[in-house]
Design a protein around this ligand. Structure first.
Ligand SMILES: CC(C)(COP(=O)(O)OP(=O)(O)OC[C@H]1O[C@@H](n2cnc3c(N)ncnc32)[C@H](O)[C@@H]1OP(=O)(O)O)[C@@H](O)C(=O)NCCC(=O)NCCS
Length: 174
């Protein structure tokens, strides 16, 4: 039997970090993998329209292959901080700097809005995420039980318990 060598195509694809649009909402489910977060995506988008959250996506050929969301927290007494959450990159695109790129753009978005503190959580079972945040200058300041719940696409309330480290960073406008 003759064996043919594998052909290898080296392709480079542009990845653009941009603010999510309504058209991204179904695509954020990644063909069903995150269908259970449908209501969370929709609520985040509604809040983005109200100006209380922002959703950033890493767009590759029109498809959101990664994302990070942020919540703007303002206690009315001068304390303004951003909470970053839902950082995720499609597995086949890991370790190419997309997660880092999303975080850097999120920081820039917060800085231009006058937010100087950023908080982010890393699950205790996720040392890679903690390493990424620490490399970008975030420091652990406490831990949390990580208990929260959401209503899935079928209307079922799902409870999540994911103990995590909370990390913080102070940013300045560049
Ligand atoms: C955490 C997560 C968002 C990181 O995304 P990512 O795109 O892989 O992140 P980056 O590529 O910027 O960095 C990851 C690693 O790749 C390395 N890297 C970055 N650019 C690279 C490049 N061009 N070539 C090779 N390696 C690279 C980084 O140094 C880092 O290395 P490390 O794991 O040794 O620390 C991703 O792993 C993910 O989606 N995980 C599942 C969801 C999750 O855990 N989210 C965090 C919630 S707490």
């Amino acid at each position: 039997m003759t064996t043919r060598e594998q052909s290898v195509l080296n392709i480079s694809l542009p990845v653009v970090i941009r603010i999510a649009t309504q058209d991204d909402l179904p695509r954020l489910e990644w063909y069903g993998q995150y269908i259970h977060f449908r209501n969370l995506f929709r609520r985040a988008y509604r809040d983005q329209q109200l100006g209380t959250r922002l959703m950033l996506v890493a767009d590759c050929n029109g498809f959101p292959i990664g994302h990070v969301f942020m919540l703007f927290l303002d206690d009315g007494e001068g304390n303004r901080q951003g909470y970053l959450y839902s950082l995720r990159v499609m597995e086949m695109f890991h370790s190419r700097g997309i997660g880092t790129g999303l975080l850097i753009e999120a920081e820039a978005q917060l800085a231009t809005r006058g937010y100087d503190h950023i908080t982010i959580a890393a699950a205790k079972t996720n040392p890679a995420a903690r390493r990424l945040y620490e490399r970008l200058g975030y420091k652990v300041f406490t831990d949390d039980k990580g208990e929260w719940s959401y209503t899935d696409h079928l209307g079922k309330v799902r409870h999540v318990t994911e103990p995590c480290w909370l990390l913080q960073k102070t940013i300045t406008l560049r």
